[in-house]
Design a protein around this ligand. Structure first.
Ligand code: GLC
Length: 424
């Protein structure tokens, strides 16, 4: 984490592979810093929120510096096309899961000097609230309390097999470009060229309309209600409510937050739960259908207290039946029993520490202490054995004698969240 900290007051996810500030990375990183350098934790969040647009939007990558080791960079994304984009920083025109609300609350939980942390929260909370206002005003065309994402990179789970169902509905042009990620990481662990064509095409459609939300909602072939993204929003709503309680006042904001919570949780439970699979799934808003695959995102609603106890038990049973065999570490990012599962490839199977961290607290919420303990111990064991990598093979025996993790090395959130797990 120290090695990845930059002069501009933010931390990059991993040297070489990810040389800028990423939204949800920064938030998870702040949780780690809060345990030993509270000022750095505050700085991380301040820098992130400083890049907020005038309409409340917070971008997924903030390009603080010129760096040609990453594609697609600032010149491809061209955030300046949007009339309300930040005049201070160039960024992407897409976002990532809304984690900043609950991260402020986590920082409050961890901080020893509560008064000073509350003063910091008072200074920043309006920005997070504005961000939620942005989502409900612009990303919920049917007024369901469920917001859409228009790009797989907005989900955080970049190349999940869930998106294959969307790619089948598209036929983007063949782009010519120079990949940079595969100069840092073995290509077998990264998305394919054809997948990148889809990713770039979606950005081009949004750019053609200057990142206008209404146009994106009307035209983007990718329009998905993602259970992870919406669970993070709901968890952050709850955190904002509780933080406003602590601060006192803010009746207007609290009333809105309560109304959002009610609608969001209700529709989340009716629309995104698949009783046959025993799991929450994604909804393809463009083609009006459920995308019926189980991924680690399917269990994330536990973290936001979305299911009732009975449904939580069904979820944990699904998790243990499909992901929890003795030959595996918890929790694979995609259903190990599916033919789309790939234990080495990014979000198509490997274990990610941020998801494990979320599931740990989610399982505790419902009293599944044994499974929570296992997920914590598995996370520690993987990092101990394989190093501070970006993602990990869930198989206890993959036929190799020397094991290492996959993707980027010295990965910041793996370190940050390990600190939190060890201190809990
Ligand atoms: C990858 C991950 C994404 C993360 C980013 C930076 O793109 O899929 O979730 O934010 O790397 O670490």
């Amino acid at each position: 984490m120290e090695g990845n900290f930059q002069e501009g007051g933010f931390t990059i996810p991993s040297k070489g592979l990810y040389p800028f500030q990423w939204k949800w990375d920064s938030a998870f990183i702040a949780i780690g810093f809060a345990h030993y350098d509270i000022e750095k934790a505050k700085m991380e969040i301040r820098t992130l929120l400083d890049a907020q647009w005038e309409n409340g939007f917070i971008p997924h990558i903030i390009f603080h510096t010129e760096n040609d080791s990453y594609f697609p960079g600032a010149d491809f994304h061209r955030s300046e096309l949007h009339p309300q984009s930040s005049k201070k920083y160039r960024s992407t025109g897409m976002t990532q899961p809304p984690v900043t609300g609950f991260v402020l609350q986590e920082m409050y939980r961890i901080a020893e000097d509560k008064e000073s942390m509350l003063a910091f929260i008072k200074e920043q909370i309006a920005k997070v609230y504005q961000n939620h206002t942005y989502f409900y005003a612009n990303r919920d065309p049917n007024d369901e309390g469920l917001v859409y994402i228009y790009h797989n990179w907005e989900s955080g789970t970049d190349n999940s097999p869930v998106w294959d169902d969307i790619w089948e509905t598209m036929n983007p042009p063949e782009y010519e470009f120079e990949r940079k990620d595969t100069t840092h990481v073995d290509a077998s662990q990264r998305p394919s060229k054809r997948e990148y064509d889809h990713y770039l095409h979606l950005i081009d459609i949004a750019k053609e309309h200057r990142y206008n939300d209404d146009k994106i909602a009307e035209l983007s072939p990718f329009l998905v209600q993602d259970p992870l993204f919406n669970a993070m929003l709901i968890k952050s709503n709850q955190a904002l409510l509780e933080l406003y309680e602590l601060i006192g006042g803010y009746e207007f904001e609290k009333a809105n937050l309560m109304a959002w919570q009610k609608k969001s949780i209700e529709n989340f439970n009716t629309k995104l739960f698949d009783p046959e699979l025993g799991a929450y799934v994604h909804y393809d808003l463009r083609n009006n259908r459920l995308i019926r695959h189980i991924s680690s995102s399917s269990f994330s609603p536990l973290y936001a207290n979305i299911p009732n106890q009975e449904r939580a038990e069904i979820l944990v049973k699904t998790m243990m039946d499909k992901f929890g065999g003795d030959d595996k570490y918890l929790c694979a990012s995609f259903d190990p029993k599916s033919e789309r599962f790939n234990p080495r490839k990014y979000w198509r199977g490997p274990v990610w520490i941020n998801m494990n961290w979320m599931l740990y607290y989610g399982l505790k919420n419902y009293g599944f202490d044994e499974v929570a303990k296992r997920i914590k111990n598995d996370s520690i064991a993987l990092i101990e054995r394989d190093g501070f990598f970006e993602y990990f093979d869930c198989r206890k025996d993959n036929g190799e004698t020397t094991r290492i993790g996959y993707g980027g090395g010295d990965f910041s959130w793996s370190a940050a969240l390990l600190i939190d797990l060890l201190k809990t």
